[in-house]
Design a binder for this molecule. Sequence first.
Ligand code: IMP
Ligand code: MG
Length: 184
Amino acid sequence: MLPSTAQLKQTGGRELKRIVFDEETIAERVQALGREITAAYPDGDLLVLGLLKGSFIFLSDLVRRIDRPLQVDFLVASSYGEGTVSSGKVRLVYDPETELAGKHILLVEDIIDTGKTLNKLVGLLRQRRPRSLEICALLHKHVADHLELEAKFVGLDAPTLFLVGYGLDHAENFRHLPYIASLT
Ligand code: IMP
Ligand code: MG
């Protein structure tokens, strides 16, 4: 169910247009991704590295569907500011303190749009000499010109609309919605 008009007045005047992926669809895909990831890492240390803030809900649901030992840490990178178009300037706000060398690193992203954020991060993370580096994205818009590393695990193919909810924001609003919706 979409939020009431009263709730929308508190979200910077932007309104939700329609639900693109409902809770059940998301949950089914997250469960399947968890199985895929479990099977893909039969041995070694796995570090699931969530890209904040957008991946926080996806990551928390995903790790509970991965049935093998793992560690969790976070990175913060920001590229959009208050707009709905990627600025391309990726700012890494902090580095994980966790040791990356020799571990399987699974970088968890909410959505891949231009790919600029990931292209920058993949370079930085490879310098830390992980045993392997892969990307898991909940959503993929398939519009990027060039990806340094294509996502090995993808939840859902996304339409080229601006999406919010389940961690994704517009100017920091709508992250808490349990579904993914498009904006007007
Ligand atoms: P990219 O660098 O253009 O691939 O953008 C990646 C980041 O931009 C994602 O991690 C999101 O935080 C944000 N982003 C991209 N598309 C959307 C969208 O449709 N809604 C909300 N955030 C988005
Ligand atoms: Mg964002």
